[in-house]
Design a protein around this ligand. Structure first.
Ligand code: BG6
Length: 467
């Protein structure tokens, strides 16, 4: 239970906010940019695509001024890989100017940059050439990008995020840039190979970052979906545990141990899915583990045991809602859901911090947390009190973790400004700042501070004493 405390967050804790390049920047034809696998991807023709997004590219100074007005101490953003290496290999110096400028502005405003090297935006040319992450060749191309960024920003950027939600990338075919036609075992094997390549690429980036910038902190952003037990039945408790092992610990175990847990290995073996980690990979990864875990936390999933005998292999799905013989998701009468069916559970954030710290003993950084909603602009105002309530409750839980002694570096609200949601365009907004456009109409792209902006500004000012 949360116990209200008058204490605020410690002075070194960073209050931040986050975005990603493809979701905010727009201006896809800028300075010889190449094509990414997301450029022509659209989940639904009614949704906004990424061509203009929030037009951050053309509103950079105004947007950083808003960050400063908000009182942000940290801003997490990602670079567009194809702006910097349009074909994945050849440097386009002009593509770096935007990030040079952004970082200068952040530092001038005393905002700590948290730079994500890769957030879904994979170069199309590399997928065409060798299949992208499914080939070992991808490691060298990722390292080319990482090394360039480490060298260029070594005196400016201390916090680095290697890969955003690798667990999500390998579960969703279009995020890997591979065909949707692959299904069943073919897809599962392909995704496993990609997972191993990405894990090795991350370990190499960590090694290099530590060599080039000795006082840096580098880690991945993972997406832990905490499982709640559907009933007090011990079988459901076991199912909840297995859900976590199979949907997110497999990823963090790969990062920290260079191998999967016994349960995950058994899961793969029983389904004839390959386990591509070799002893050599394991040794290397164990020597180059993350300094922190970035947590993108949105929701819990309530699960109960499933006792149906498994007869076939599932194809790829975004979030597994059932795994024959292991678990299935179920309703939770204690929790509300967002309009998109995401279970809202602030305590889940606290569980994520406690569980990940206890398993790996490294600091945590909340790299994303927020509520997607259908905000409405009425008389130049956005009354997003539902978002204030979401952020308030999650920050309360985090404050409790910090006061209990868990090392939490900071918190980045998702998102700083409205952006194009990964799967729901502009109708699912996350920002503290409203962008005046819709899915089909660009309007004037004006920036308007939402009620949540003012609430977060006050929370930062009080360092969370108001929570
Ligand atoms: C995270 C991603 O998975 O979830 C973000 O890192 C994304 O890019 C966020 O926007 C919310 O998901 P969605 O689909 O609602 O935009």
């Amino acid at each position: 239970m949360y116990v209200k405390s008058k204490e605020g967050f410690p002075s070194e804790f960073l209050f931040g906010a986050a975005t990603s390049a493809f979701q905010v920047e727009g201006n896809l034809n800028k300075q010889n940019r190449g094509e990414s696998i997301l450029d022509d991807y659209s989940t639904n023709e009614k949704n906004a695509d990424f061509s203009v997004a929030s037009d951050h590219f053309n509103h950079l100074e105004e947007d950083v001024q808003l960050m400063s007005d908000l009182g942000l101490q940290a801003y997490r953003f990602s670079v567009s890989w194809v702006s910097i290496f349009p074909d994945g290999k050849t440097l386009n110096e002009a593509g770096l100017h935007f990030y040079d400028h952004l970082i200068e502005l952040l530092l001038k405003n005393k905002i700590e940059p948290i730079l994500t090297i890769y957030h879904f935006e994979y170069p199309k040319a590399l997928v065409k050439e060798y299949g992208g992450w499914v080939s070992e060749k991808s490691v060298a191309d990722y390292i080319r990008l990482a090394e360039l960024l480490f060298r260029r920003y070594q005196n400016k950027v201390k916090y680095w995020v290697t890969i955003n939600e690798q667990d999500h990338v390998i579960k969703v075919p279009h995020r890997l840039g591979i065909s949707n036609n692959l299904s069943g075992l073919d897809y599962e094997n392909t995704a496993q190979v990609a997972n191993a390549n990405m894990t090795v690429a991350q370990a190499k980036a960590i090694e290099l970052c530590h060599q080039i910038i000795p006082n840096s902190k580098i880690g991945p952003a993972v997406n832990p979906i905490i499982a709640l037990s559907g009933s007090s039945s011990p079988k459901d408790r076991v199912a909840a545990h297995e859900f976590e092992e199979l949907t997110y610990y497999y990823m963090t175990d790969a990062y920290f141990r260079g191998e999967y847990s016994p349960l995950y290995k058994k899961y793969l073996a029983e389904r004839n899915i390959i386990n591509p980690f070799t002893d050599e990979m394991t040794d290397f990864i164990k020597k180059n583990t993350p300094d922190f875990i970035g947590i993108n936390y949105y929701m819990t999933q309530t699960v109960c045991a499933n006792e149906i005998e498994r007869t076939d292999l599932r194809g790829p799905v975004i979030i597994k809602d059932a795994e024959a013989g292991i678990f299935e998701t179920t309703e939770n009468n204690f929790l509300e859901k967002s309009k998109w069916g995401w279970e809202v559970c602030p305590e889940g954030l606290r569980l994520a911090v406690m569980q990940l710290y206890n398993r790996y003993q490294v600091p945590l950084l909340i790299t994303e947390n927020g509520l997607g909603a259908n905000d409405e602009l009425v008389n130049q105002q956005v009354s997003d009190n539902y978002r204030i309530s979401y952020l308030h409750q999650h920050l309360e839980q985090l404050k409790q973790c910090v006061q209990e002694g868990f090392p939490v570096i900071g918190y980045c609200a998702w998102s700083f400004i409205d952006l194009v949601s990964g799967h729901n365009g502009m109708s699912k907004r996350y920002g503290l700042v409203y962008v005046n456009r819709t899915d089909n109409e660009l309007k004037n792209l004006a920036r308007i501070k939402k009620n949540s902006f003012h609430w977060y500004q006050e929370t930062i000012k009080q360092r969370g004493r108001n929570l």
